[in-house]
Design a binder for this molecule. Structure first.
Ligand code: GLU
Length: 421
């Protein structure tokens, strides 16, 4: 056990660097490719003063990382969480580069974060923090530079405040600054469901490939936020039985299946999935090793570890979260024949519809929800097929295949731009 703890790699920055290095080597790219990709091109740290409701002024620390913009403006969410760390933000921006590239978007990778606990802040304090953060990073963002979006514990309202503050600074409406906005102010239909929807598209394709009938499959979902709650609802709509879900307070298990809409209502009213009638309470750890066909980690990094991975019983893991699996766990899952759909593929639906939102803002021409969902499903399906084909042809894992496809495209763009000599 101690041995396992010593060896486990949990710094997301080290993890993503390892993934990129591995892809560069497998593609036999010149050393300069890795040199250019191993760290963000630009990293900003800011201090944001906020007048709290008790009259005191508190200083919050925020970050914005712009990893690589060879393919287009950098793109990626903003996380509000007490555990936000600069290396985590760096890593998340690097995964964004891979994600945007893999999906064929004309965008690079960025990410932001603020160290705070939004659950303990009033609406007014949150608004002031959101406006202060965007003011602090305003010099380096914009529709043609870097386009933020929601992430863990941020939402459309926060995006609206940030868009409004930036528009005030500019003296005009700049809807294309940020995506994931409410539909009333330039948001795209389908954006709030996009991450979960994209994840379910990839899980359904994976199930087809391994001969698993979704209508007979059981599912456990860790995390019941932007991604997890939607993934649970949509996979249930496709006939699968969602038997367990969890949030930061713990999980619930009902072998006969959960009514996902009813759990959503329960969480909206009580603030947690716990206490849902007819379900047994379980820990987050127990959820990951339940006897289910499909496991969807949709919370934070480093949930599947060398310690619990040997006990994972699912046949498919669909990574709706970013970085939920440590490299050590990844190797164990692979050895045990679990098909892992990597985060850069499984959760890329969010940024894909963010791209649609940005395009709609720039054109000032808006699509129907049907158009958005259809294009999303096509693009996710195509990306899945490409990764799956590489996985089979080259005998590499789905993660290695995704990283190879993604790194190759960024490399080609850097080469065309003359960055390599
Ligand atoms: N935060 C999401 C992600 O990790 C979405 C980013 C975006 O829409 O730009 O992919």
């Amino acid at each position: 056990m101690a041995d396992v703890l010593v060896k486990e790699t949990t710094n997301p920055y080290e993890i993503v660097k390892g993934q990129i290095r591995h892809a560069c080597e497998a593609l036999e790219l010149p050393e300069i490719a890795y040199e250019l990709l191993k760290a963000p091109k630009r990293f900003l740290e800011v201090q944001i003063p906020v007048r709290m409701d008790d009259g005191t002024v508190r200083l919050f620390t925020g970050y914005r990382s712009q990893h690589n913009d060879a393919l287009g403006p950098t793109k990626g969410g903003i996380r509000f969480h007490p555990a936000v760390h600069p290396d985590e933000v760096r890593a998340l921006s690097m995964w964004m580069t891979l994600k945007c590239s893999l999906l064929g978007l004309p965008l690079g990778g960025g990410k932001g974060g603020v160290v705070c606990n939004p659950k303990e802040m009033s609406e007014r304090e949150l608004e002031e923090l959101s406006r202060g953060y965007i003011r602090a990073i305003a010099p380096i963002v914009g529709p043609e530079k870097d386009v933020p979006a929601p992430d863990v514990y941020t939402n459309p309202q926060i995006m609206a405040w940030m868009m409004d503050e930036y528009s005030r600074l500019e003296g005009r409406n700049v809807f294309g600054l940020i995506t994931g906005k409410p539909v009333e102010v330039g948001g795209s239909l389908g954006r709030s469901e996009a991450t979960g929807r994209g994840c379910v598209v990839t899980v359904a394709r994976a199930a087809e490939r391994i001969g698993l009938d979704l209508t007979r499959a059981t599912v456990a979902v860790q995390g019941f936020g932007n991604a997890g709650s939607v993934a649970a609802r949509l996979i249930a709509e496709r006939g699968a039985r969602v038997v367990a879900v969890s949030d930061s307070k713990g999980g619930i298990h009902a072998p006969g299946g959960l009514d996902v809409d009813a759990v959503l209502r329960h969480k909206r009213e009580s603030g947690t999935v716990l206490g849902f009638p007819g379900a047994r309470e379980i820990g987050n750890e127990e959820l990951l090793t339940l006897d289910v066909d499909i496991l969807i980690p949709a919370a934070l990094e480093n949930q599947l570890t060398a310690e619990n991975a040997p006990r994972v019983r699912a046949r498919i893991v669909g990574e709706a979260a970013n970085g939920p699996t440590t490299p050590e766990a990844d190797a164990i899952l692979r050895r045990n024949g679990v098909l892992v759909i990597p985060d850069v593929l499984a959760n890329a639906g969010g940024v894909t519809v963010s791209y649609f939102e940005w395009v709609q803002n720039l054109y000032n021409f808006y699509w129907t929800e049907g158009e958005v969902n259809q294009r999303l499903e096509e693009m996710m399906g195509r990306a899945f097929d490409r990764v799956y084909a590489m996985h089979r042809e080259r005998g590499v894992s789905m993660r290695e295949a995704a990283d190879m496809v993604a790194v190759q495209r960024v490399y080609d763009a850097m080469k065309a731009r003359g960055w390599l000599h």
